[in-house]
Design a protein around this ligand. Structure first.
Ligand SMILES: Nc1nc2c(ncn2[C@@H]2O[C@H](COP(=O)(O)OP(=O)(O)O)[C@@H](O)[C@H]2O)c(=O)[nH]1
Ligand SMILES: [Mg+2]
Ligand SMILES: [Zn+2]
Length: 362
């Protein structure tokens, strides 16, 4: 913090004065890409509480508790409860000082309840790039048609959701195509299994509108983010929930995404007729699960393995091929499906390979 608290005090005093001087002018209209309303008779204290709903590089649109959208930016003096990570991100709760003209000042970023992060692989420090904060639900969209259902991808997203502290919702979209899919028995079995180990599963279709209303209800008073492979129907679902064409239809290339690390355009989109319900619309969201996956911790994200592991013969059993492994026994006994264990091994091997590569400096 470069400013002392008395400087801070002077700063806010100055803002308060200039604010009061020009008070009663009612509303200053500031229309650029978004319309921003700054109300003149707001009382200035420790700052007004707001939620960051759009990020445009250094500038943000915040929504105050009355639903007004205000253009704001952070400064060197902006305080944060979140150390060594992105200062302000979409979904953050902030305290801001309104401005008559120009741009409001974000004074403080409040602690994040949850977050979706992308670890910057090449940085030596542990700086955490936060894509979105205070998200409640990770809606992992799978398709019952094309692209094909892959439980391995589902497990990767589930791990990302666990790491971020998010509630997980598995969405099987394109259910209108399920009957003609030869893999229907497997898809049904897999989703039944995820349900049996405690995950919420919902079936949706944009074609028949099945499940869309129910999805909207699940999101009531929540902030949700959609994840899943390109083509599964994320944008279609978002658009039908929001009631208009908001979701980006164009998927960014990896190169474009990389170029956006510092200026990620992201937004919280309000769900039609559901006040206080938002969907995160973030272009780089597909990348977020490319965090450094530690092979040693993957097993803790397979919650169905957890209750068995104390029965493993080895204390630090990785459930790969250890003798007396209770998880492998459960697979042999048909209690854990083979595809579930295969997915675990696939993720473990991938993470292990990456660890070795990093260790040898490749
Ligand atoms: N049959 C069927 N097609 C769908 C459904 N939802 C989306 N689609 C189609 O799938 C394609 C990809 O959808 P999109 O929303 O762009 O997927 P995204 O890449 O995940 O955002 C589009 O052609 C959609 O019209 C659905 O429920 N059923
Ligand atoms: Mg899309
Ligand atoms: Zn084991």
């Amino acid at each position: 913090m470069s400013k002392t608290s008395s400087e801070d005090h002077l700063f806010s005093e100055r803002i308060r004065r200039s604010h009061e001087d020009r008070t009663r002018k009612k509303v200053v209209k500031h229309r650029e890409r978004h319309s921003t309303k700054v109300l003149a008779d707001i009382t200035v204290g420790a700052g007004l509480k707001a939620r960051v709903i759009t990020s445009e590089g250094a500038n943000f649109i915040v929504m105050d508790e009355s639903g007004n959208e205000v253009r704001a930016r952070s400064f060197k003096s902006t305080r944060s409860a979140n150390t060594n990570s992105t200062l302000v991100t979409v979904g953050d709760e902030v305290l801001f000082e309104p401005a008559e003209q120009d741009i409001a000042v974000i004074r403080e970023v409040l602690p994040r309840r949850t977050k979706l992060s992308r670890r910057a692989h090449k940085r030596r420090d542990s700086f955490e790039q936060v894509i979105a904060a205070n998200i409640d639900i990770l809606a992992i969209v799978m398709s019952a048609g094309d692209p094909p259902f892959q439980n391995g991808i589902l497990d990767k997203y589930i791990i990302a959701g666990h790491e971020g502290g998010l509630e997980i919702l598995i969405v099987l979209n394109k259910v209108d195509e399920l009957d003609s899919n030869p893999r229907k028995p497997f898809i049904e079995e897999a989703l039944g299994y995820y349900r049996s180990i405690g995950y919420r599963v919902i079936r949706t279709s944009i074609v028949t509108a099945e499940g869309v209303l129910e999805l909207g209800k699940i999101f009531e008073n929540k902030t949700a983010v959609f994840a899943g492979k390109s083509g599964v129907g994320k944008s279609s679902l978002v658009n039908s929930l929001v009631g208009r064409d908001v979701a980006r239809t164009k998927e960014l290339t990896r190169r474009e995404q990389r170029g956006m690390h510092t200026t990620t355009n992201a937004a919280l989109v309000p769900i039609a007729e559901h006040p206080n319900s938002f969907i995160v619309d973030t272009p780089g969201i597909r990348e977020f699960f490319h965090f450094d996956l530690d092979p040693d911790i993957i097993k803790f994200h397979f919650t169905d393995f957890l209750k068995l592991q104390e029965d493993c013969a080895m204390t630090n059993c990785m459930h790969i091929h250890e003798p007396g492994c209770a998880v492998i026994e459960a697979v042999d006994d048909g209690l854990i499906p083979e595809w579930r264990h295969n997915s675990y091994m696939g993720l473990w091997e991938e993470a292990e390979r990456e660890r070795k590569m990093k260790a040898s400096g490749i």
